[in-house]
Ligand binder design. Structure first.
Ligand SMILES: Nc1ncnc2c1ncn2[C@@H]1O[C@H](COP(=O)(O)OP(=O)(O)OP(=O)(O)O)[C@@H](O)[C@H]1O
Length: 604
């Protein structure tokens, strides 16, 4: 309630307004009218109410109950039968006053939020729509227009909102935006309708008007990002990420998972759907730059773990000597001793394979596209990698024996003299040092090395030759060399053969013999503890540096199980099933995503 002083203040203010207007009012009659209006008691009461409400507003009062009017009328009925006292009489008289009834009715309307227009229920057929981005908007239309212009999109023929007028009903609702596609008005399809017809339809509508809309933003996302897929090249768990804006809104993924990127608008968090996940809702994933930044701030483990490096040795021992089965291509000679210093050098120089330009980048995402192999197409090249002694040759040998017409291996090149029992093009391609060096300069080798003054290597041509025969070419190289065949032409499928836990190695390799790296080239021996440790350490290094290139990881504990798993994976590769391959193998021009991934060639 206004205090006496406040009330006097209002009156003084009004009097001063009056005296201020005296000089501006020419006519006496106008002045009197204004004076009587401003001095009106009701106006002053209104001021009082206004002041009172202002004070209550600060307290944010909420209605105690929603049916004050009916409560008052029930009470009035009860009171009639009470002992008739002055107070009772006064209260009953108050309840029967129209002003008081009106006040209570307004109170109830506010309490029940009855002032908001009631919207019709969502039509059933809309709920059955396949299109999950459809939006149903109901607006209450007065005689005034909705405040939007529409046009027909020339390319799609769709009716779209061209402009939203500021302050109009559409603008105020915040539910309709420029670019939105209008599908229906009040259940009437707008397909094949001219904008003029639609305007007539709208002009006739009064009260609630229901629109079925495809929001502009979702349309844009659909068209520009629908086919943008990325393979994750690292593991991510939002529960272990303290910087994620909302853990529930982020999605965990593993290296190798394919993600559909829905939005790259945010600088740090992309939105993506996890392929194969039943949940089609977009979730947050760290963007490429964010992951790169984070990794660059981490302490590089490989730099602080002293690598167990042995001098590079290039053995020249036929595996047939060990296994009793001689198959060309199953030689250690051109594998450059996977126990060699190459891996150690990589470990010392950085955590990931350096690219052709020498830059080092942590693997983040690679754009991939679905690929369905045409039966007439060549088979994908199968690249087997793994630490020395893990069983790459053994698995290769078993595959060849299982189906010699289907699988093939390359014949290596060497600059050494042909031995009596050897055949050109079967055991090796025997070439001169000069030719070998020329081929090196011409980048004809996937991998090459020198042992005791002689060159050994695997040429790209030898891979072509196997593939040209319609065979699945099995190639084993050091992971650093995968980049030489990471092309559209070979579409390599990279299998990493991983050693099991050391206890299982001890158990399974008890009777195994391997060609050792000492001077005596024909010596074979059993695995030592150190060999096992080397194998495991080397596998860890390979995985951390090149793991992003592996399509399949096979743990070679029990050889029968490992072989079965490998065979099944390769057979699946030949089935008419979609495979996800790097987009650059198929698309000649880099896409938006390709650009956003950047430096792809630097980490292959
Ligand atoms: N799972 C296994 N269980 C038992 N022995 C195995 C297993 N895998 C491989 N071996 C044996 O271990 C020895 C080394 O295997 P293999 O020659 O295939 O290794 P590798 O990976 O090719 O190594 P390198 O590159 O040094 O030749 C062979 O005698 C092989 O038969």
């Amino acid at each position: 309630m206004l205090s006496r002083t406040e009330h006097r203040g209002v009156c003084r203010l009004l009097s001063s307004v009056m005296s201020g207007t005296e000089s501006h009012t020419d006519r006496e009659e106008d002045y009197r009218f204004l004076h009587s209006m401003l001095m009106e008691k009701k106006l002053h009461l209104l001021f009082k109410i206004h002041e009172r409400l202002k004070r209550f507003e600060k307290r944010s009062p909420i209605p105690v109950q929603e049916h004050a009017a009916s409560l008052a009328s029930d009470l009035a009925e009860e009171l009639i039968y009470q002992v008739w006292r002055d107070e009772v009489e006064e209260l009953v008289a108050l309840f029967s006053k129209p002003n008081f009834k009106g006040l209570l009715s307004v109170h109830d309307a506010v309490a029940q939020r009855d002032f908001e227009p009631t919207l019709p229920p969502i039509p059933d057929h809309v709920l059955e729509e396949d299109e999950d981005s459809v939006k149903i908007v109901s607006l209450v239309k007065t005689k005034d227009p909705l405040g939007a212009t529409i046009k027909r999109d020339k390319s799609t023929g769709a009716i779209v909102v061209a402009r939203i007028m500021r302050g109009g009903a559409a603008d105020k609702s915040g539910l309709i935006h420029e670019g939105d596609e209008l599908k229906e008005v009040n259940g009437v399809s707008l397909e094949h309708r001219k904008p003029k017809e639609i305007l007539t339809l709208l002009a006739c509508s009064q009260g609630e008007v229901t629109f079925k809309i495809i929001p502009a933003s979702s349309k844009e996302d659909m068209s520009s990002h629908k086919k943008l897929f990325m393979r994750a090249l690292f593991d991510y768990d939002p529960n272990e990420d303290p910087t994620v804006p909302c853990k529930d809104a982020a999605v965990a993924f593993k290296r190798g998972d394919v993600l559909q990127i829905v939005s790259m608008e945010d600088d740090t968090w992309w939105q993506a759907c996890h392929l194969g996940d039943s949940n089609t809702r977009a979730m947050l994933i760290p963007c490429q730059q964010l992951h790169e930044r984070r990794v660059s701030l981490q302490r590089p483990k490989a730099l602080f773990k002293p690598p167990r490096v042995k001098p590079p040795v290039l053995e020249d021992v036929d595996d047939g000597a060990v296994t009793g089965i001689h198959i060309a291509g199953l030689r250690r000679s051109f594998r450059l001793g996977r126990k060699s210093c190459l891996a150690g050098e990589a470990a010392r120089s950085g955590r990931w394979s350096t690219g052709v330009h020498g830059s080092v980048c942590p693997p983040t995402y690679i754009e991939v596209i679905p690929y369905l192999r045409n039966p007439k197409d060549r088979h994908r090249l199968v690249v087997l990698v793994g630490p020395s002694g893990v069983g790459v040759n053994e698995l290769k040998r078993r595959l060849l024996i299982s189906d010699p017409d289907h699988y093939g291996v390359t014949v290596p090149h060497t600059s050494r003299e042909k031995r009596r029992q050897e055949n050109e093009g079967v055991d090796y391609h025997f070439v001169s040092i000069h030719t070998f060096e020329e081929d090196i300069l011409n980048h004809r080798f996937v991998e090459y090395g020198r042992y005791r003054g002689h060159y050994y290597g695997t040429s790209l041509d030898s891979v072509h030759r196997v593939m040209a025969k319609g065979k699945v070419c099995l190639l084993d190289v050091h992971p650093n060399k995968i980049k030489h065949v990471y092309t559209s032409e070979f579409k390599p499928y990279v299998v990493f053969v991983k050693p099991p836990h050391i206890q299982e190695l001890r158990l399974t390799r008890r009777r195994a013999k391997f060609t050792c790296t000492e001077e005596d080239k024909n010596s074979v021996r059993s695995f030592s503890e150190e060999d096992f440790e080397d194998m495991i350490h080397s596998a860890e290094t390979m995985e951390s540096q090149s793991g992003h290139l592996f399509d399949k990881v096979i743990v070679n504990g029990d050889i029968t199980v490992a072989f079965r798993e490998l065979k099944a994976a390769l057979e699946k590769l030949e089935e008419a099933e979609v495979q996800w391959i790097p987009a650059e193998w198929i698309c000649s021009s880099p896409t938006k995503a390709r650009r956003s991934c950047g430096h792809l060639d630097s980490w292959i």
